[in-house]
Design a binder for this molecule. Structure first.
Ligand code: HEM
Length: 393
């Protein structure tokens, strides 16, 4: 559909069918006042509810209202449909406990939130071969805007950023295109910039049990926290968002044989079938062997190392996008996968898998992780909690 409800038990933008375009922004909160932070989140809530319904950011819109004041909407989406816009909000660890100094001195809890820090909102470890740029990493707040029109997604972030003036500034952003995952069985599987189908074995919206087991934060997670004086019950029914900007060295990849490409992924390039045989949705058979008893799905292949069989049964809901941010001084594309995944606890559902992949995945020769963020994504704004008047205010 062209419009998704903003309110509901969950935030939109997780199991909502992945739109074609992404604009994601991480913010630093610049005020030290808890009241101003609360006021910002309230403003954002109202504006997000309006924008997702195709309304301008403010009641007057771009071209009416007081003539001697700046318009309350920037205007570039005025004639565009909502294009399936979803806005998904999350909180970084630094919002709760500040940012530690390089010498390890703990950060400051500016807003009195340390006793609300959810257990899974950890400082991610340094993974093998990480080449993270601090200017593309972390942040106190995150907003994921997804839409089928990039102008609609950018308009949303621009107007939210404008409403944040004096309270928060943009730390980094990422534009993405060509969703690299399917989140419902109704979507065909898209391809990443290596040319392979991506999202085949994703957790899909039609699997409520798997979502409960792997994506939504259970009430029991808050009980664990309460034991040590922290109460994160507010995150029950929410999720965590892992963001990794992964540069793909496409020029090197493009000089690699088809045989090698398929061996590194563990699936064929044409239809995405596992190398153990069958079609796209056939389960991979990791025990199957070929000539000289070599496994048909290589031990260093991405699919083997990322499969639940190798990861204590964990799965994740991947919702990433391709990106191309110009080129470097050698004329190589600065392109890759902006990996986004929603998980119920990064400690069990992300960190061990990333360690395994960064250390053993044959694809790593062609990859470089250049940005990183981890955010707690609260559940939705309940229906009825936000009443928009006839003009949407
Ligand atoms: C599967 C590519 C990074 C986790 C796949 C597949 C491809 C792929 C082609 C097979 C199709 C599918 O089931 O979706 C890539 C590329 C990456 C990348 C090009 C980097 C640029 C990651 C990262 C993680 C990850 C960082 C997690 C830490 C997974 C998982 C699966 C998967 C869980 C499904 C495995 C299964 O159940 O069979 N990926 N991936 N991928 N990938 Fe990645």
């Amino acid at each position: 559909p062209g419009t998704y409800a903003f309110t509901g038990a969950r935030q939109a933008g997780v199991v909502t069918p992945a739109q074609d375009r992404l604009y994601l922004a991480a913010f630093d909160v610049t005020t030290d006042s808890r009241d101003e932070l609360v006021a910002l989140l309230r403003r954002w809530t109202t504006i997000a509810a309006r924008l997702t319904q195709g309304l301008p950011a403010g009641p007057f819109g771009a071209a009416s209202g007081p003539y001697d004041a700046p318009p309350d909407d920037t205007g570039e989406a005025a004639d565009l449909p909502p294009a399936g816009l979803t806005l998904t909000f999350g909180f970084g660890r630094s919002l709760f406990v500040g940012t530690p100094a390089p010498d390890g001195t703990p950060g400051t809890d500016r807003f009195g939130l340390a006793d609300r820090l959810p257990g899974g909102l950890v400082a991610l470890p340094h993974f093998p071969a990480d080449a993270l740029d601090p200017a593309r990493s972390d942040g106190d707040l995150v907003v994921q805007a997804c839409a089928d029109d990039p102008q609609v997604a950018v308009h949303a972030i621009r107007n939210l950023s404008r409403a944040a003036f004096g309270a928060a500034t943009i730390r980094w952003t990422q534009l993405g295109y060509g969703r690299t995952s399917s989140t419902t069985t109704a979507q065909r599987t898209p391809r990443n910039l290596f040319g392979f189908k991506d999202g085949t074995a994703n957790v899909k919206a039609e699997e409520p049990d798997a979502l409960d087991e792997h994506v939504w934060v259970p009430a029991s997670a808050a009980d664990d926290d309460t034991a040590d004086g922290v109460d994160s019950a507010w995150l029950t029914g929410g999720t965590y968002l892992v963001a990794r900007r992964i540069r793909m060295l496409v020029e090197t990849w493009d000089r690699t044989s088809l045989r090698e490409q398929e061996a590194l992924v563990g699936r064929n390039k044409g239809e995405g079938a596992p190398l153990s045989g069958g079609t796209e949705f056939t389960e991979p058979d990791f025990a199957a062997t070929g000539r000289a008893d070599a496994p048909l799905i290589a031990t260093n292949s991405h699919v083997r190392l990322a499969h639940p069989d190798q990861n204590d049964g964990v799965r994740m809901l991947r919702r990433g996008y391709n990106f191309t941010d110009g080129n470097d001084s050698l004329g190589r594309l600065d392109a890759g996968l902006f990996f986004l995944a929603f998980v119920r606890d990064p400690r069990t559902h992300y960190v061990p898998m990333q360690n395994r992949l960064s250390g053993q995945d044959g694809l790593m020769e062609y990859l470089q992780h250049t940005g990183s963020g981890l955010f707690a994504v609260p559940p939705g704004v309940p229906d009825g909690a936000l009443v928009l008047g006839p003009d949407g205010t």
